[in-house]
Ligand binder design. Structure first.
Ligand code: GAP
Length: 444
C-alpha cells in the first residue's frame, strides 16, 4: 500500500486533500493522471450499464436535497456508527473498527467485554457507546450564527450520504416522462459525503467520495432473478471491462444483523487490497422500502402500472452500488508491479489500455536535433487527433523516459530516430514486455 501511495503522489495521480495546509483528514485530490484514470473508470461504467443497455436511464440529481428525503429514507434516524470515547485521553473511535468480533450494532456491554485497549494511550477506560450520525449538516439560505434555534433548525440541510436518494426521488419523473417498461433501472454517478469517525486506508474510507449507483425497479415476484442477473453483470464489468482478477473478488453474504436498515438481502463484493480484504461494492435488495417511504412522506403515489398486464404495484428495487475511489484503488493495486529488466529494477503500472491515462508516449530520440523533433511532432499530432490521450516526452535520456512511462502505465512508447527520416518507420516499445518493434508511421 505504501508503494502505491508513494507512486500516486510522485507521479501526480492522487494527493492528500488540502496538502499545502497539511491535509484534511478523509479527503483526497486527484491530480492530472488520477483524474484521467478516474474519469475513464466512470465512463466505462456509464457505457456498460447505461449507454449499452436499453433498460437503464441516467440522472444527475442535486447534491443538496430537501431534508425530508433523509427523514423518509431513515438516514436521519439510523445512519449512524457506534462512537466510543477513551475517558483517559479523550480520543474517539468507531467501536467496531478497534475491537474484533463485533458488528456495527455493538452495545456498550459487548464492547467492554472485548477488553480493547485505547489505540492512542493504551488504557482501558471507556465511556458508553453513542450513536454518531454520519451525515454532514449545513445551513441553506440566509441563516445567521446568532439566529435562534428554531430559525436555524429550519435551514438545516445535509450533503447527501448516498447518491441513491437522488434516484428514488426522480423515480416518478422518469416513469411519467420516459414510460419505461419494467424491469428498468435509473443510474447516477456523483459525490457522496460521510462524516466517517476514522477515515483510513488511503482512499478506501473517505469523508468525501464518489459513488456509481443503479436502482433497478422490478416486479416484486421477480426480484431474485433480477438480483442474480445484476450480480453476474457486476462480475462481467469488474473482470472483463476493467481487468480486475476474478480470484481477488469474493462475495460475502451479509447476515441480517449487519445489513443496512433498508435491505432484505445484501452481497458485499470484497476485494483483496494490498492491506487485506475490504468491501469494494454492494448489491442490495432494498424491497419497496424507499418508494413506500417517499409515498408516505410526499403523499404522492409511487405506483407503477404495467402496460402489458394492467397490474398496478409499487416496484421493488435491486441496487448495485460502487465507490469510485475503492474501484480506482482496486485497479491501481491490480496494475502495480515491480520487476527487473536487464538487472535493473523497475516499477510498472500494467493498466488496461482502456484505462491508461495516456495510450501512447511520443518522443524524438534526441531533443536537440530539430529534424527529429519536427518529425516526432508530426507523429504526435497524428496519434493525438486519432486517440486524444497521447503524451509528449523529450526529457532526459530514452531509458529514463521509458521508466517514467512504465510507472504511469503508458502501454506504448513511440520513438522517432534517424531511420524514421529515411524510411518513415518508428520504434514502438511495449510497456509490459519491453519488446521493441519497427512499425511504419502509416500503420500506427
Ligand atoms: N446506496 C447504498 C450505499 O450507499 P454503502 O454500502 O454505504 O451503500 C456503497 O456504500 C459503496 O460506496 C461501498 O461499497 C463503497 O464502495 C462506497 N463507499 C461507501 N462509503 C465510503 C467511504 N467512506 N469512502 C469511500 N467509499 C465509500
Amino acid at each position: 500500500m505504501e508503494d502505491i501511495v508513494s507512486l500516486c503522489k510522485r507521479r501526480g495521480f492522487i494527493f492528500p486533500g488540502s496538502d499545502v495546509y497539511g491535509g484534511f483528514a478523509g479527503t483526497w485530490d486527484f491530480g492530472p493522471l488520477g483524474v484521467s484514470l478516474k474519469k475513464k473508470l466512470m465512463d466505462e461504467w456509464w457505457n456498460y450499464f447505461v449507454e449499452n443497455r436499453d433498460d437503464i436511464y441516467g440522472v444527475d440529481a442535486a447534491i443538496l436535497m430537501n431534508p425530508r428525503t433523509w427523514e423518509a429514507s431513515g438516514h436521519t434516524a439510523t445512519f449512524a456508527d457506534p462512537l466510543v470515547e477513551c475517558k483517559e485521553c479523550k480520543s474517539r473511535f468507531r467501536a467496531d473498527k478497534i475491537a474484533s468480533g463485533i458488528s456495527e450494532s455493538v452495545t456498550t456491554e459487548e464492547f467492554l467485554a472485548t477488553h480493547t485497549k485505547c489505540p492512542v494511550c493504551g488504557k482501558e477506560n471507556w465511556g458508553p457507546i453513542r450513536k454518531f450520525n454520519m451525515m454532514f449538516s449545513t445551513h441553506v439560505g440566509a441563516v445567521l450564527p446568532d439566529d435562534d434555534a428554531e430559525i436555524a433548525a429550519k435551514g438545516i440541510a445535509y450533503l447527501r450520504p448516498e447518491t441513491a436518494q437522488g434516484i428514488f426521488t426522480n423515480y416518478k419523473n422518469i416513469v411519467d416522462t420516459i414510460y419505461p417498461s419494467i424491469p428498468f433501472g435509473i443510474a447516477q454517478q456523483g459525490k457522496a459525503f460521510r462524516n466517517e469517525i476514522s477515515p483510513r486506508d488511503f482512499i478506501l474510507r473517505d469523508r468525501e467520495c464518489s459513488q456509481m449507483e443503479i436502482e433497478y425497479f422490478v416486479h416484486p415476484d421477480t426480484w431474485e432473478e433480477n438480483f442474480e442477473a445484476l450480480r453476474k453483470a457486476q462480475h462481467d464489468f469488474l473482470e472483463n471491462v476493467i481487468g480486475l482478477k476474478a480470484e481477488n473478488i469474493h462475495e460475502y453474504e451479509v447476515p441480517a444483523e449487519d445489513r443496512a436498515h433498508y435491505s432484505k438481502r445484501t452481497i458485499d463484493f470484497m476485494f483483496d487490497y494490498p492491506n487485506g480484504e475490504e468491501e469494494l461494492m454492494g448489491l442490495a435488495y432494498r424491497t419497496d422500502f424507499d418508494l413506500q417511504n417517499i409515498a408516505r412522506e410526499s403523499n404522492k403515489s409511487m405506483d407503477y402500472r404495467d402496460k402489458n398486464t394492467g397490474e398496478t404495484f409499487v416496484p421493488h428495487v435491486i441496487e448495485p452500488s460502487i465507490g469510485v475511489e475503492r474501484l480506482t484503488l482496486a485497479v491501481l493495486s491490480t496494475a502495480y508491479c515491480e520487476d527487473e529488466i536487464n538487472g535493473e529494477k523497475r516499477v510498472v503500472l500494467k493498466l488496461p489500455e482502456n484505462l491508461a491515462p495516456y495510450r501512447f508516449c511520443v518522443s524524438p530520440l534526441l531533443k536537440n536535433k530539430p529534424e527529429l523533433v519536427e518529425k516526432a511532432k508530426e507523429v504526435y499530432s497524428k496519434l493525438r487527433s486519432k486517440y486524444g490521450n497521447v503524451t509528449w516526452d523529450d526529457s532526459g535520456n530514452i531509458g529514463k523516459r521509458y521508466r517514467k512511462q512504465d510507472e504511469i502505465g503508458t502501454p506504448k512508447c513511440v520513438v522517432i530516430d534517424f531511420d524514421t527520416l529515411e524510411d518513415s518507420t518508428v520504434t514502438v516499445r511495449d510497456r509490459d514486455t519491453t519488446e521493441q518493434v519497427r512499425v511504419s508511421i502509416e500503420e500506427l
